[in-house]
Design a protein around this ligand. Structure first.
Ligand code: FAD
Length: 457
């Protein structure tokens, strides 16, 4: 017997978009008005823009994992697991819980905010040998891996092996890749002083991108400033270049160079979560095609936002423009979509999402940064103050703010201990292991599964 009388709102994903949405629903809806449920594989909201600082050891992993259970006021029911398919016709979300059970969750309204995964291409060896920078586990793994290369190079008597372990390749000249290369270079530069047997001149970081510019969204002048800062630090930047082949002990660039290395970090863009493909609905370059009010056309109770959805960029006013996949948009869309869900539930009109981009901040570690808040170009300490101030204020809880600030102060005063934790050693560490990209059903499998479950009831 169905005892549920209140409308059921299901939010998928506890990232920037999902958490903002849930918190607003909790605030604006009375408990009698609707049941709110959140599906999330992790018990935290990850503050992704600070991942490179976790990888480089400036911040501890816990400090950017913002608790979903911090307050007694949070009343949303949490299902610990990942959605692996959505049947729009039956209004059922299929979930694999963290203990491997498959459960069906019926809904009246669904908000899809599962974010994105690392975008890969059909490059031989890439998915087997590259590491990403998209999850907390990946950032912690990369940190351990980089420190282990110093440890192994230090203990090796083989010159070629030592040289290979001390070369590092980062692919992707967007803000994620640039910050990752910049922060990790600072890590190895500082760490090598504790390894008297290693010649610091052997450490070489490569940052490559197929595009002709680093971070084109910064504009020419700031992009060149970022490039100059990285160049001064000895990071070798190659533009118009990608990877032709990746192996366990070397990477081949498209310009023919073969780099002996054990470290390939791949940050060349993102693609919507594979969950979106399970809907069998229209997409724009993989992101779910939604209207400006973030609704799926033809499905009144279905909403999507953040990295997973192609939300029209009304502020740009250009035909076909969609909001870029940034935390800035995801957070604001999260609040806005909550208002639209409530409007739909109450039979009121929905409103379009309109937000003018506030700019970009890029933390290159230490005093190095470039920022463009509201179109103003900043470099060095002022840019760093804006970058850190922006991230700090965007952290959701006071405890998370305190942890991050304490970590920053401690790191500035006492530096890094270069501890390799070993938590993830000898575990599979490919992109799909970290990002669970092969856990999803096909649209046909979703239908067959839901049909089967309905027949049993
Ligand atoms: C290294 C890095 C640096 C960045 N720097 C910046 C920056 O400086 N400024 C900026 O604006 N943006 C930045 N971004 C981009 C920004 O982080 C994303 O655009 C933003 O996180 C998107 O928000 P979202 O809510 O759509 O997805 P996310 O924040 O990724 O959240 C998605 C959530 O859904 C969960 N999930 C995934 N699949 C499922 C599933 N099947 N079922 C249930 N839950 C699921 C995930 O675990 C996650 O919690 C950066 C990204 C990276 C990787």
């Amino acid at each position: 017997m169905n005892t549920v009388t209140r409308p059921r709102i299901l939010v998928v994903g506890a990232g920037f978009a999902g958490v903002e949405c849930v918190r607003r629903l909790e605030r604006k809806l009375s408990p009698d008005e609707a049941d709110i449920t959140l599906v999330t594989p992790f018990a935290y909201q990850l503050y992704l823009p600070l991942l490179p600082q976790v990888a480089s050891g400036v911040l501890t992993p816990q400090s950017i994992a913002v608790s979903l259970r911090r307050s007694k006021k949070y009343r949303t029911r949490i299902i610990p697991g990942g959605a692996i398919g959505v049947d729009l016709k039956a209004k059922v979300c299929v979930i694999r819980t963290i203990n491997g059970e498959i459960v069906d969750q019926p809904y009246d309204y669904i908000v899809l905010a599962p974010g994105s995964v690392t975008r890969t291409f059909d490059i031989p060896g890439l998915t087997d040998h590259a590491f990403g920078m998209k999850t907390l586990a990946e950032a912690a793994y990369v940190r351990d891996h980089v420190i282990s290369q110093l440890d192994l190079a230090d203990s090796s008597h083989d010159e070629a092996e030592r040289a290979a372990r001390l070369q590092f390749v980062v692919v992707g000249g967007g803000y994620a890749g640039t910050e990752t290369a910049a922060c990790l270079q600072r890590l190895t530069h500082a760490a090598v002083k504790r390894y008297p047997r290693i010649d610091p001149g052997l450490i070489k970081w490569h940052l490559i991108d197929i595009a002709p510019k680093l971070m084109p969204e910064l504009g020419d002048k700031l992009g060149r400033s970022a490039q100059a800062i990285l160049g001064r630090r000895g990071i070798d930047i190659s533009l118009g270049v990608s990877i032709a082949k990746a192996g366990p002990e070397e990477v081949t660039f498209t310009d023919g160079r073969v780099i002996p290395t054990r470290t390939l970090i791949w940050t060349a863009g993102v693609v919507a979560s594979p969950l979106i493909a399970t809907l069998g609905a229209e997409t724009v370059r993989g992101r779910l095609a939604v209207t400006a009010d973030m609704n799926l056309p033809g499905h009144d109770g279905v909403f999507a936002l953040g990295d997973a959805a192609a939300v029209p960029d009304e502020a740009k006013g250009e035909e076909g423009a969609v909001c870029p996949p940034t935390a800035q948009h995801a957070m604001r869309q999260g609040k806005h979509v909550a208002d639209n869900v409530i409007a739909t539930l109450r039979g009121l009109p929905r409103s379009p999402y309109i937000h003018k981009d506030l700019g970009l901040v890029v933390d290159l570690g230490g005093k190095d940064a470039v920022s463009k808040p509201l179109g103003i170009e900043l470099r060095g300490v002022p840019a760093q103050a804006v970058a850190r101030g922006y991230h700090w204020s965007a952290l959701r809880t006071n405890v998370a703010k305190t942890r991050v600030m304490t970590n920053w102060v401690l790191n500035a005063l006492a530096g890094d201990d270069f501890v390799r934790t070993g938590f993830q050693s000898r575990k599979p560490a490919t992109l799909k292991d970290f990002e669970y990209t092969n856990s999803y059903l096909t649209p046909e499998q979703v239908r067959a599964h839901v049909d089967g479950s309905e027949r049993q009831d």
